[in-house]
Design a protein around this ligand. Structure first.
Ligand SMILES: [Cu+2]
Length: 124
């Protein structure tokens, strides 16, 4: 009998909602994710902005868009340093036919522990 492989549950720490976006701490680094425009809609061009403070960040960051517990294809956005502590990139989230709205955006943080941080958000 075959059992489906469970998908990894995104690693989540305390997520704080602020006017700037969703914020998390990773050691001395603070990571804030903002997605525009709001509300976040499927099949629309979205701008992702990560603000990384407290560390000297790399030139690019990788952002993985996934649904918790459901494989929706590989969807990665490269966020390019836009000056200062901000990284920006655009992407599209596909429509989920299950009716589920919850998505995660996982920012890869090479060299940090943990080496990635996930943010959960709803998509209309
Ligand atoms: Cu889905």
């Amino acid at each position: 009998m075959l059992f489906p492989m469970p998908l990894p549950i995104p690693r989540l720490s305390l997520v704080v909602r602020s006017t700037r976006g969703l914020a998390q701490k990773n050691g001395s680094a603070q990571i804030v994710l903002a997605i525009e425009p709001k509300p976040v809609k499927a099949m629309k061009k979205l701008e992702f902005t990560v603000t990384l403070t407290g560390i000297n960040g790399p030139e690019n960051l990788k952002l993985k868009l996934q649904m918790p517990g459901m494989f929706m294809g590989t969807n990665e956005v490269t966020l390019v340093k836009a000056g200062g502590e901000k990284y920006t990139g655009t992407g599209v989230i596909p429509k989920c036919h299950s009716g589920n709205k919850l998505w995660s955006a996982t920012v890869e943080l090479p060299g940090l522990t943990p080496s990635e941080m996930s943010f959960l958000f709803n998509v209309l």
